[in-house]
Write a protein that binds this ligand. Structure first.
Ligand SMILES: [Ca+2]
Length: 121
C-alpha cells in the first residue's frame, strides 16, 4: 500500500515536471541551453485544524554551461495527510500561482487543471 502511494506521488510529480517545463523556459541566451532538471521536496508544514499539509517542491535547472538555478516550482497540498498531494499549485517565475491541478481519486494522474486568472482592479 505504501509502495503504491509512493508510485502515485512520483507519477504526479512527473506530470508536474512536464507542466513546469513548458512554462518556465528562461535560458539566458541561445548558446546556453537547459540540459535537465531535478525535483526535490522541502520540509512539509503541518498546519493545525482542518488546513491541509503544505510541501514545497523545488526545481533545479541544469544548463549546458554548468550553471544551476534552483527555484520553488510547486506547492503540494495533502488534504488527508497520507503523504500524497491531492492539489498542487504550479508557480510562475514571480512565485504567484499560475495553475492549480487536482488528483482527488489518488491515481497519480491529473483529474482537473484550473488556470489562475488575474484579479481585475
Ligand atoms: Ca493525500
Amino acid at each position: 500500500m505504501v509502495k503504491n502511494k509512493l508510485k502515485h506521488s512520483i507519477l504526479l510529480l512527473i506530470s508536474l515536471a512536464v507542466l513546469g517545463c513548458s512554462t518556465t523556459d528562461t535560458a539566458k541566451n541561445d548558446s546556453v541551453t537547459k540540459t535537465h532538471y531535478l525535483l526535490t521536496t522541502g520540509d512539509t508544514e503541518v498546519h493545525k485544524g482542518l488546513l491541509p499539509n503544505e510541501t514545497p517542491v523545488f526545481v533545479e535547472w541544469h544548463y549546458s554551461n554548468g550553471d544551476r538555478k534552483k527555484q520553488k516550482g510547486f506547492t503540494g497540498w495533502d488534504f488527508d495527510r497520507d503523504g500524497r498531494f491531492e492539489m498542487v499549485d504550479v508557480l510562475a517565475e514571480d512565485s504567484g500561482v499560475e495553475t492549480t491541478i487536482f488528483d482527488f481519486d489518488g491515481d497519480g494522474k491529473i483529474d482537473q487543471k484550473t488556470k489562475t486568472q488575474p484579479i481585475e482592479k
